[in-house]
Design a protein around this ligand. Structure first.
Ligand code: HEM
Length: 430
């Protein structure tokens, strides 16, 4: 997903000023390269004019992400927020305002993460294999019907496959009733869109909270064996406030859905771009798990995660980077995962045989390490082999530059994925 050079970044850097991150993310990896050239923690400006140090170095990132000197809680550690200097209509305000595990620190983080734990036990994740297979088969059957009805026609594989599968899995995990599926489908992606106007971002956030309230009302009346019912029970016993309940649901829907769609989309593109690697996978001479890890490394589905804050003044001795108390820190997983020191000068290439393919930070590091990593890996390890087995002639219907990327500094994946399906193979016997 390359694009035009990041001209505003170049201009800002030349003057020694902080690098202004492009909220439309036209060239995320070009920007990551420019950032890396500036150092391990260059000064940057987020969309909306908010300053942040952006971390590009894997070693520094690991140290910061496992240090109690770094917090995710703006309410305790970001003076701009505490003193009311952050505009209420800042397009990224949801990432700071929410009260869930992703934005908590210390004991509070442990309590909020613990509340999510029962949803992600080994047993519960394993039990998802069957429904994921069933959802995948249904989606592929629908695509096969389209392929037969319109031979040679184009379909948007993001819309018809990559987007729907994780959403349906998140719906199952949370027990979201059928009548809310379309609403979540329509509004959830907007949370990651850093190119929205403040008005649009506020109205989308209101729509999402309306849906979350509906979900809690419905599940309070008819609880089930799902994470929403677990979280409502924690709210009733006083372990979660109402806002923590709603925001924990928001985290699970957003994190479960918007990330995995990107992994599926990027892996499809990487394999269509590298037919010899695809052939090795479909013939069984290479492992799908290696392809999944290499795609997570090569196209980190969460390119940059905001925000973190320095709890006190400190200096990282290995890089000599100093941080001031209250300074915002953004972690650029896209830059980190293509670090030439770790992955070599060809780090920008997709290569499933790369020795360091598993040595990525796409799921984060430390206490906030992704709770859903095993579920995401399970989804993709079922969906991708099934997709390519069913559509052996699958071919890109986009140009050599690849499909346009999502307009987000956070979420990294294709905005659309136009392909030609070709003739479907027989559906596998049950
Ligand atoms: C390819 C798919 C996924 C990717 C790349 C991904 C990535 C990440 C990353 C980078 C973090 C850490 C953020 C940080 O540094 O602060 C994270 C946290 C989290 N993820 Fe995922 N994620 C994925 C799928 C999922 C799924 C399927 C779920 C659940 C349904 C999920 C739930 C969570 C939760 C709850 C956290 C917060 C953990 C905490 O703060 O303690 N993720 N994820």
């Amino acid at each position: 997903m390359s694009g035009c050079p990041h001209t505003s970044a170049t201009a800002a850097t030349a003057a020694g000023a902080p690098l202004v991150l492009d909220g439309t993310a036209r060239d995320l990896h070009g920007e990551a390269t420019a950032l890396r050239a500036l150092g391990a923690a260059p000064a940057t400006v987020l969309p909306g004019g908010i300053p942040a140090r952006t971390i590009t170095d894997p070693g520094l990132a690991r140290r910061l992400l496992s240090s109690s000197r770094v917090s995710k809680d703006a309410h305790r550690h970001w003076p701009e927020w505490i003193e009311g200097r952050v505009p209420a209509d800042w397009e990224l305000v949801t990432w700071v305002a929410v009260r869930n595990a992703l934005s908590a620190y210390g004991d509070e983080h442990r309590r909020l993460r613990k509340a999510l734990g029962p949803g992600f036990t080994h047993r519960r994740v394993k039990a998802f294999a069957e429904p994921i297979t069933a959802i995948t088969t249904q989606l592929l059957d629908d695509l096969a019907a389209t392929a037969l009805a319109e031979p040679g026609g184009e379909v948007d594989l993001r819309d018809r496959f990559a987007w729907i599968l994780p959403l349906q899995v998140a719906n199952l995990l949370l027990g979201v009733p059928e009548q809310l599926h379309d609403g979540f489908r329509k509004h959830i992606g907007s949370l990651f869109d850093t190119s929205l106007t403040p008005e649009a971002a506020a109205s989308e956030a209101a729509a999402v909270y309306g849906l979350l309230n509906d979900l809690v009302t419905l599940k309070s009346a008819t609880p089930g064996d799902d994470v929403t019912s677990d979280l409502i029970a924690s709210h009733r016993t006083g372990d979660l406030t109402e806002q923590e309940l709603l925001d924990s649901l928001l985290l699970l829907i957003g994190a479960g859905h918007e990330t995995t769609v990107n992994l599926i989309g990027s892996l499809v593109i990487n394999l269509l771009n590298n037919p010899e690697q695809l052939a090795a996978l479909t013939s069984g001479s290479a492992e799908w798990t290696d392809a999944i890890e290499e795609s997570l490394r090569h196209q980190a589905p969460i390119a940059t995660i905001i925000p973190r804050f320095a709890v006190e003044d400190f200096t990282d001795e290995e890089t000599d980077e100093s941080f001031r108390a209250g300074e915002m820190i953004a972690v650029n997983y896209a830059a980190i995962n293509r670090d030439p020191g770790t992955h070599g000068e060809d780090a920008h290439e997709f290569d499933i045989t790369r020795e360091t393919r598993g040595d990525h930070m796409a799921f984060g590091h430390g206490v906030h390490y992704c709770l859903g990593a095993p579920l995401a890996r399970l989804e993709v390890s079922i969906a991708l082999p099934a997709l390519f087995a069913r559509f052996p002639e699958l071919a890109p219907a986009y140009g050599p530059e690849g499909p346009a990327p999502l307009p987000s500094i956070i979420s990294n994946g294709p905005l659309t994925l136009p392909v030609r399906l070709g003739r479907p193979a027989e559906a596998p016997a049950d």
